[in-house]
Design a protein around this ligand. Structure first.
Ligand SMILES: NC(=O)c1ccc[n+]([C@@H]2O[C@H](COP(=O)([O-])OP(=O)(O)OC[C@H]3O[C@@H](n4cnc5c(N)ncnc54)[C@H](OP(=O)(O)O)[C@@H]3O)[C@@H](O)[C@H]2O)c1
Length: 411
C-alpha cells in the first residue's frame, strides 16, 4: 500500500482529501495539522500527525517513521486574524473601499490600499504580510522531510488559487486581468505567497527529478471545516440560519453590480478527486490546472438557491452592505440557537467568516476559471451550483453544524 500525506488535513480542502483517500481505500493515510489529534485520533485508517509546519524539527521527527509516496499539500499560513484584519468593519468603510476602487486614479487607489481596514483587496500585493516567508517555510519543511536519497516520493500536489492570476485585483488594478482565467496567463506584478511556494516546489523537483508536482487553482472552496478564514459555504449557511431564526429575510449584501458578475465555486470533494487524478495522469506532471468544474454562476442566482433551501424570502439591495455590520449581535443569537437545536459549534466566529463574505461580495468583476486545460488532459467531472450548495447544506445539517431549516423558528 502506498502512503499518502495530507498536510493541512484539518482544513476545508484537507478534510475532504482525507475522506476521499479513505473512500478510495488504497492508501495509508497520514493526516498532518496542529489539530490532527482532535480530529483524527479515532478515525480508522488515518494516522494523525499533530505538528507545526513552521517547526522544521518537529515536522521531520513526525515524518521520520514514514516513507511518503504522495504529498497532498492543503496547508496555509494566513497570519494572525488573516483576512479579517483587512475587511471593512462598517458600511462607511465599505463605501470608502468601493469609492477608492471605482472612482480614483492609480496613486489615490494605492494610497487607499495602505490604510488598514479599508482596502483589503490590495493588501496581498502591497504588503505581503509575512505570508510568503511563512508559507514557503511550511512547504519547505514538509517537502524536505519527504524527499531524500532513500525516499520514494512520487508526486506532490499543491493548491494555490485565483489570486495567482489577480482575481482579487480585477481589471481596475491589473490591466492584464481577464476572465475566464486560463492557467498560462502571466503572473500579475507584486507579492503573492503562492509564487513563493510554487517556485520552491518547482526548484526542488528540478533538483531531484525523481518525483513530479501538480498545482491546482480552486475558486471559492465549498466544504466543511471550523476555524477556516476562507469558509464561504458554511458561512452562508450559518448566516441564512440566523436570519431565519430572527424572522429576517435572506438579504444579499452585495450591491447590484456584484450580484450579476460571473463567480465560480470549487467543491472540496471535487478538488480531492482532482488531486488524486493529478498523481495518476502523466500529462499532469509539473503542470497547473484550474480546479474548475463548470459551476459558473452569479450571486443573484445562488441567492435564490439558498432561499429555496432555507425556505425563506430572498432580498436584494441596491446599495452594498457590510456583512460585519449586518451580523453585529448574531454571535448571541447563534449561541442560543446552538443550545436550542443542540448544535456542535456555538462560537459564531468559528463557523461564519464574515470578513471573507465581505471580500467576496465586493468583487464587481467577472471571475470565471476556464476548465479547458484539464478537460484536454482527460479530467471531465463537473458539478452544478444548486446541487452543490444543497448537498453541502444537507451535510451541515447531518453534522449538526446548522439546524434543519424546517425546524428553525418553529415552536
Ligand atoms: N477556501 C477557499 O475558498 C480557497 C479558495 C482558493 C484557494 N484556496 C487555497 O487552498 C488552500 C487550502 O485552503 P483551505 O481553505 O482548505 O484552508 P484552511 O481551511 O484554512 O486550512 C488550512 C490548513 O492548514 C493547517 N495549518 C495552518 N498552519 C499550520 C501550521 N503552522 N502547522 C500545521 N498545519 C497548519 C490548518 O490546520 P491547523 O489549524 O489544525 O494546524 C488547516 O488544516 C490554501 O492554499 C488556500 O489559499 C482556498
Amino acid at each position: 500500500m502506498k502512503t499518502a500525506l495530507v498536510a493541512g488535513a484539518s482544513g476545508l480542502a484537507g478534510r475532504a482529501m482525507v475522506d476521499h483517500l479513505l473512500h478510495v481505500g488504497r492508501f495509508n493515510v497520514l493526516a498532518l495539522a496542529r489539530r490532527a489529534d482532535d480530529l483524527f485520533q479515532n478515525v480508522e485508517g488515518v494516522t494523525p500527525l499533530a505538528c507545526d509546519l513552521l517547526d522544521a524539527a518537529s515536522v521531520s521527527a513526525a515524518l521520520a517513521p514514514y516513507d511518503v509516496n504522495y504529498l497532498f499539500y492543503t496547508a496555509v499560513y494566513t497570519g494572525k486574524g488573516g483576512v479579517a484584519n483587512f475587511a471593512p468593519k462598517s458600511d462607511t468603510e465599505l463605501r470608502f473601499t468601493q469609492f477608492a476602487m471605482r472612482g480614483m486614479k492609480w496613486p489615490a487607489r494605492l494610497a487607499a490600499g495602505l490604510i488598514p481596514n479599508t482596502f483589503f483587496n490590495l493588501f496581498h500585493n502591497v504588503a505581503g504580510g509575512g505570508e510568503s516567508e511563512n508559507n514557503r517555510s511550511m512547504m519547505k519543511n514538509v517537502i524536505d522531510a519527504c524527499r531524500g536519497t532513500d525516499s520514494h516520493l512520487e508526486h506532490v500536489t499543491l493548491l494555490t488559487g485565483g489570486k495567482y492570476h489577480g482575481h482579487h485585483l480585477g481589471p481596475r488594478f491589473y490591466a492584464g486581468y481577464h476572465s475566464p482565467i486560463e492557467e498560462h496567463f502571466p503572473r500579475p506584478p507584486g507579492q503573492n505567497w503562492y509564487y513563493a511556494v510554487e517556485d520552491y516546489v518547482a526548484e526542488s523537483q528540478a533538483q531531484d527529478q525523481t518525483w513530479h508536482y501538480t498545482t491546482l487553482r480552486p475558486s471559492s472552496i465549498m466544504g466543511f471545516a471550523t476555524g477556516s478564514p476562507y469558509n464561504l459555504g458554511t458561512s452562508l449557511a450559518v448566516y441564512a440560519s440566523i436570519r431565519k431564526q430572527r424572522g429576517e429575510s435572506l438579504l444579499l449584501p452585495a450591491g447590484p453590480a456584484s450580484q450579476m458578475c460571473d463567480i465560480e465555486f470549487s467543491p472540496a470533494e471535487c478538488i480531492a478527486d482532482m488531486m488524486l487524478w493529478s498523481t495518476e495522469e502523466t500529462r499532469c506532471r509539473n503542470e497547473a490546472y484550474n480546479a474548475s468544474y463548470g459551476a459558473r454562476t452569479c450571486w443573484r442566482d445562488v441567492w435564490q438557491d439558498l432561499a429555496d433551501f432555507f425556505d425563506m424570502p430572498a432580498e436584494y439591495t441596491d446599495r452594498a452592505q457590510c456583512v460585519g455590520q449586518i451580523t453585529r449581535g448574531y454571535a448571541d443569537t447563534w449561541r442560543e440557537m446552538c443550545s436550542r437545536y443542540d448544535l456542535a459549534y456555538p462560537e459564531f466566529g468559528e463557523v461564519c467568516a464574515t470578513a471573507f463574505l465581505d471580500q467576496q461580495f465586493i468583487i464587481d468583476w467577472d471571475a470565471g476559471y476556464s476548465p479547458k486545460k484539464s478537460r484536454a488532459h482527460g479530467y471531465s467531472k463537473s458539478t452544478e451550483p444548486r446541487a452543490m450548495f444543497h448537498k453541502l447544506f444537507d451535510d451541515l445539517v447531518e453534522h449538526r453544524v446548522i439546524p434543519d431549516p424546517k425546524d428553525i423558528g418553529a415552536d
